[in-house]
Design a protein around this ligand. Structure first.
Ligand code: G3I
Length: 397
C-alpha cells in the first residue's frame, strides 16, 4: 500500500517535472534535483508523540539555544486574527517589516510616527516574543522629503538625531537593531566596495561608524547588527560581495566600532544550482573569528522559476531551506533564524518576484491557508539536527 503511494507520488512528481523541462528546457534544474536527491528526500519531522511532531518552530529552535522568528506588519497582525495566532505560536521574535524604516517613521522632517511600531512592540510583549529593530540606515524606503532636506551641511546632525530619537524610544525593549542595512555594493565600483548613496556622499565611509556609535550610546543593551544580502551562492557576484562585507566588518572591528553581529539576509532561490556549503561555512567562520555573532535575518526561498506543479515546487523550496540551514547552523556563531514572513499569504515576493504563470508563490513555512508545508518541515528538521548553542539571549526589559 505504502509502496503504491510512493510510486504514485513519484509518477506525479516526474510528470510535473517532465512537463516543465520539456516546456521550459531548464535542464540545470533537473540536474540539481538529481544531485540533491530531491525526489527521494524524506522531509518527515521526527518525534515520539504527535505532540512532539507538532512542536512549533520557536520551541524547536529554543531547545538548541536558537531564536526563531519572522517579519510581519501592523497591518497584517492587527487585521488578521487567525494569522496573528499562528504568528504568536511559531515565533519567539517579531521583526517589523516596514514600521521602523524612515518611510513610515518620518512623515516630515520634524515629526516621528511611532504608532505602528509601538503597536507591534506591544503585540510582541503580549505574546512573549522578543522585538527586533529594522532598520536605522538604508538606501531604500526613504521619505520623499529626504532629498530636499538632507545635504552635506546637516547630514551628520540628521543621522544622529534620527538614530538617537528612534533607538532611545525603544531602548531596553529591543533584542537587536539592524543599524546599517545593505551598505555594500561592489557594482558601484569603489575600492572599498561601499554603496554610493547620499550618506556616503555627505559623510564619507565613516557614516557607518557614526551610526553604530550613536546607536550604542542610545541603547547600550541592544545587539547591534550590520545586515546585508547577496552572499549565499558560489557565483562571482556573491564572492565579490562576501569579500567586501568581510573587509567592512574587519575595518569596523579594528576601529573599535560597537558592532556585535552580522545579519545574513538569505533571500534564496529554489532553482539556484550554485550552492557551495564549504564556501558558505568558510565565510561564516571568518565572521565568527572577528568575534561577531551571526543572525540569519530575512530567510525565504523564491519559487519564481520553478514548474507550476505544487508537489515539485514544495520539494525544491524545502530542499533549499534544509540544505542552507543545515550548513549555516553548523556554525556555532549563528544564534538566530528569522524568515521574511511566515505565510505565503503575506510575502513581499508575491509582488516583487511573481511567477510568470501567475500561480500564487509558495515560499514560506506556512501556505496561504496557514497550514504547515514542506518548507516548515525542512526548517523544523534543521533545528532538530542543529548542534546545541550555549547562548543567553538578551531579555528585553
Ligand atoms: O506606507 C504604506 C502603509 O501605510 C500601508 O499600510 C501599506 C499597505 O500595503 O502600504 C505601505 O507601503 C509599504 C511600504 O513597504 C512602506 O513604505 C508597501 O505596501 C510595502 O510593499 C513596502 O515594501 C517593503 C520594502 O521592504 C520597502 O520597505 C516590503 O514589504 C519589505 O518586505 C521589504 O523588505 C526588505 C528589507 O527591509 C531589506 N531587505 C530586502 C527586503 C525585501 O525588499
Amino acid at each position: 500500500m505504502l509502496q503504491k503511494r510512493v510510486l504514485t507520488r513519484r509518477r506525479s512528481f516526474l510528470l510535473g517535472m517532465g512537463a516543465f523541462t520539456v516546456a521550459g528546457g531548464l535542464m540545470h534544474l533537473h540536474n540539481r534535483m538529481q544531485a540533491i536527491g530531491i525526489e527521494q528526500r524524506n522531509f518527515t519531522v521526527m518525534g515520539d508523540t504527535l505532540r512532539d511532531r507538532h512542536t512549533p518552530l520557536r520551541d524547536r529552535a529554543a531547545a538548541k539555544g536558537l531564536l526563531y522568528g519572522a517579519t510581519s506588519s501592523h497591518l497584517r497582525l492587527s487585521s488578521d486574527k487567525i494569522f496573528a495566532a499562528h504568528f504568536a505560536q511559531e515565533c519567539a521574535i517579531l521583526v517589523p517589516e516596514w514600521e521602523l524604516k524612515w518611510g513610515t517613521l518620518r512623515p516630515s522632517p520634524d515629526r516621528f510616527n511611532f504608532e505602528p511600531g509601538d503597536w507591534l512592540l506591544k503585540f510582541a510583549r503580549q505574546h512573549n516574543m522578543l522585538f527586533r529593530g529594522h532598520t536605522l540606515v538604508w538606501h531604500k524606503n526613504l521619505p520623499q522629503w529626504f532629498t530636499d532636506k538632507v545635504d552635506s551641511r546637516n547630514a551628520e546632525q540628521m543621522l544622529r538625531q534620527h538614530i538617537e530619537t528612534v533607538v532611545k524610544h525603544y531602548a531596553g525593549q529591543v533584542h537587536s537593531w539592524d543599524v546599517v542595512n545593505e551598505a555594500v555594493f561592489p557594482q558601484d565600483g569603489r575600492s572599498d566596495g561601499l554603496r554610493q548613496w547620499p550618506w556616503l556622499q555627505f559623510l564619507g565611509p565613516d557614516y557607518i561608524d557614526l551610526a553604530f556609535r550613536t546607536a550604542a550610546e542610545a541603547d547600550p543593551k541592544a545587539l547591534l547588527v550590520y545586515n546585508d544580502y547577496g552572499l549565499d551562492y558560489d557565483t562571482w557576484k556573491d564572492e565579490a560581495k562576501r569579500g567586501a562585507v568581510l573587509k567592512l566588518l574587519e575595518r569596523l572591528k579594528s576601529r573599535g566600532t560597537p558592532i556585535h553581529a552580522f545579519g545574513m539576509q538569505a533571500h534564496l532561490r529554489a532553482d539556484e544550482t550554485r550552492f557551495n556549503a564549504k564556501k558558505l561555512k568558510a565565510f561564516l567562520r571568518n565572521i565568527a573569528e572577528l568575534d561577531l555573532k551571526i543572525l540569519i535575518t530575512e530567510l525565504d526561498v523564491t519559487d519564481k522559476k520553478l514548474p507550476k506543479d505544487i508537489n515539485v515546487r514544495d520539494r525544491l523550496v524545502a530542499g533549499m531551506y534544509e540544505d542552507y540551514l543545515s550548513t549555516v547552523l553548523d556554525e556555532p556563531a549563528v544564534i538566530a533564524v528569522l524568515t521574511w514572513g511566515l505565510s505565503d499569504k503575506y510575502t513581499w515576493l508575491a509582488k516583487e518576484k511573481p511567477r510568470k504563470d501567475r500561480a500564487p508563490v509558495r515560499t514560506l513555512p506556512l501556505d496561504a491557508r496557514l497550514s504547515r508545508k514542506l518548507a516548515w518541515n525542512a526548517i523544523a528538521r534543521a533545528f532538530d539536527r542543529a548542534p546545541k548553542r550555549d547562548v543567553q539571549h538578551r531579555e528585553t526589559a
